[in-house]
Design a protein around this ligand. Structure first.
Ligand SMILES: [Zn+2]
Length: 251
């Protein structure tokens, strides 16, 4: 995959929720890591990646849906799909201890099953993880299961973990919410530039802001301001970080 034609990177987007017209427009200058939430959206994302070759498709089981809209049968089916397809990316997966505490045990079981499949099959896909309220727990498991590549999506975890994420060769993605919410800026100020990616989590509605790949350009400009760094330096570093990820994928 050649990514030098892209100006921007969206490292976490629910692309299957958009129309083909929108997908066509976004993918013109944004390289998109297309995550999925369940069996249906994983299958759809794989199909989209047949049409739009330059996206990175994922198979996922969203922690918010586990134990609610996703039942045991669907969990099994999706894990079988991972084993069969050997995807380049697994996500959105993870554990959310903040907003879904009532399904925590089941989320952990599912995440552990996914990690076991990855380890047993000797795959080295990108793990696109959601780890709200469980940053260290998820980080420790990724290390334990020898995961080679991981992106901590919408990172709002502890500052001290950033160094460990860097040492492990993992990445974090910064969400446009940093532009609207002061508490999300702290990470942007502190994170080493060589682990930073940009993401939209589109089309999620964050406090009235509809997130989309269209916001990435503004986000990069904002990052330049916050870090007192040239915007082009930041934009190019994000492209370089992405090239680094793509080089390291084995599937
Ligand atoms: Zn998401």
């Amino acid at each position: 995959m050649r990514i030098d034609k892209y100006e921007y990177v969206d490292a976490h987007c629910h692309l299957y929720e958009y129309s083909s017209k929108e997908i066509e427009r976004f993918t013109e200058n944004v390289l998109i890591f297309a995550v999925a939430d369940d069996f249906g959206s994983s299958s759809l994302t794989l199909k989209i990646s047949q049409v739009y070759k330059n996206i990175i498709p994922g198979i996922g089981l969203h922690p918010w849906e586990i134990g609610s809209s996703i039942n045991q049968e669907e969990i099994d089916k999706t894990i079988e799909l991972i084993a069969r397809v050997k995807p380049v990316m697994i996500g959105e997966v993870g554990v959310d201890a903040k907003f879904r505490e009532h399904t925590l045990e089941l989320q952990k079981q599912v995440f552990l099953r996914i990690l076991s499949i990855v380890k047993e099959s000797n795959l080295q896909p990108i793990m696109n993880v959601h780890a709200l309220g469980s940053w260290e727990y998820v980080f420790n498991l990724l290390v334990k299961y020898d995961v080679n590549l991981a992106i901590f999506h919408w990172y709002t975890g502890p500052i001290h973990l950033l160094k460990e994420i860097e040492a492990q060769g993992y990445f974090i993605s910064i969400n446009p919410s940093a532009m609207f919410q002061k508490k999300h800026r702290r990470i942007l100020e502190k994170a080493p530039l060589d682990i930073i990616l940009t993401e939209s989590d589109g089309p999620y509605n964050y406090r009235g802001h509809i997130l989309s790949p269209d916001l990435i350009k503004d986000l990069v400009e904002f990052m330049g301001k916050v870090r007192s760094e040239d915007i082009e330096v930041i934009r190019k570093q994000i492209i370089e970080n992405t090239e680094n990820i793509i080089r390291r994928i084995k599937y």
